[in-house]
Design a protein around this ligand. Structure first.
Ligand code: TRP
Length: 332
């Protein structure tokens, strides 16, 4: 069976964008591939090294969200990056063979650096660790010799560097040990935030997987609709509805979407009512996930056990790779 590796930075509770864009895909793929899913807490440190108070809880929240969404610890290996220190050792070897200009060229990193520079204080510096972001990511992926990496579009440039590093390692040490992993993109719908922009935690336009039904319903009421529509019986333009109708298309079935479209166009459906129904639909769809999420909130020891066992399992594989890599390089 082919292997996949993927991770998310530990940024705390995940939102619908994570679910629809990434996790849903992982849930499906875990039955088709030998799967390794991890929380990238070192990658979180590349920008948040001075804000570590919530780090432990952030890691647990990410894993609890995954479990609730259906990542199955009996099927996939779930672990925390820093609990597999072999990754750090592989990072050292890979950093030796990676030309400096490869990391400097990484467009995703350039964007991160640009954002950092606009901030005040110590955090505005680009650290050596942040420069090494794509190399560390390569170590994550190559640690388990993944064939493919299921990620969103924004990560593809990083995976390109990983392929380059794997090829270069193989060339330098005259081996074919490492696979050149491919990005595995999915055709999942990209969900916009409640304000019509990209959904993101820092934009405060997201709905969390762990939000309660009340919070979800309230948030949905703030979703942007058709801005040209002022009164309840004005004729609506579903295709110009910036958020609510898009959500209907993601969460509703064909009949529901058609009903909404017709009633809106005929001015028979007010935006407030429409969003009330939408909120109820979303809450219904997410009820099983939320129930599981609540269970893990109430049983943090179970999340901790899953993290511990998964990380131990990952380490067994990681040690094998590291031994092989040391041998290939010719280490003592
Ligand atoms: N950079 C990824 C993100 O920000 C997280 C990540 C770290 C990752 N290492 C990885 C993803 C390895 C895939 C494979 O979401």
């Amino acid at each position: 069976m082919q292997r996949i590796v993927s991770g998310m930075r530990s940024t705390g509770k995940l939102h619908f964008g994570h679910y629809l864009g990434v996790i849903q895909n992982w849930v499906k793929l875990q039955h088709e591939y030998e799967s390794y899913f991890f929380v990238a807490d070192w990658h979180a440190l590349t920008t948040k090294y001075d804000k570590t108070e919530t780090l432990k809880q952030d890691v647990k929240d990410v894993v609890a969200d995954w479990l609730a969404c259906g990542i199955d610890p009996e099927v996939s290996t779930i672990y925390v990056q820093s609990l597999v220190p072999e990754i750090a050792e592989l990072n050292v070897y890979l950093s030796m063979v990676t030309p400096q200009n490869w990391v400097e060229r990484d467009p995703t990193l350039k964007d991160m650096a640009k954002i950092l520079r606009t901030k005040e204080g110590t955090n505005s510096q680009i650290s050596y660790g942040l420069m090494g972001y794509p190399v560390l990511m390569s170590a994550d992926i190559m640690m388990f010799n993944a064939h493919a990496v299921p990620v969103g579009n924004d990560q593809v440039a990083h995976i390109e560097i990983t392929r380059d590093i794997a090829r270069r390692f193989n060339n330098i040490y005259k081996t074919d040990f490492f696979n050149e992993p491919k990005p595995l993109l999915n055709d999942c719908s990209l969900i916009c935030g409640l304000d019509g922009n990209k959904m993101g935690k820092s934009f405060q336009n997201d709905i969390k997987i762990s939000d309660t039904e009340e919070v979800t319903a309230k948030k949905i009421m703030t979703a942007i609709t058709d801005r040209s529509r002022l009164r309840r019986d004005d004729l609506g333009h579903p295709e110009q509805c910036e958020v609510a109708f898009k959500y209907w298309k993601i969460f509703g079935d064909e009949n529901q979407v058609e009903t909404v479209r017709c009633e809106c166009e005929k001015g028979k459906r007010g935006c407030a009512d429409c969003k009330r129904q939408l909120g109820a639909l979303i809450n219904e769809k997410f009820a099983p996930i939320r129930e599981k999420r609540k269970y893990y909130d109430e049983h943090p020891e179970e999340v901790e056990r899953i993290i511990k066992e998964g990380s131990e399992k990952a380490r067994i594989e990681a040690r094998k790779t590291i031994e092989k890599v040391r041998e290939i390089i010719g280490m003592y």
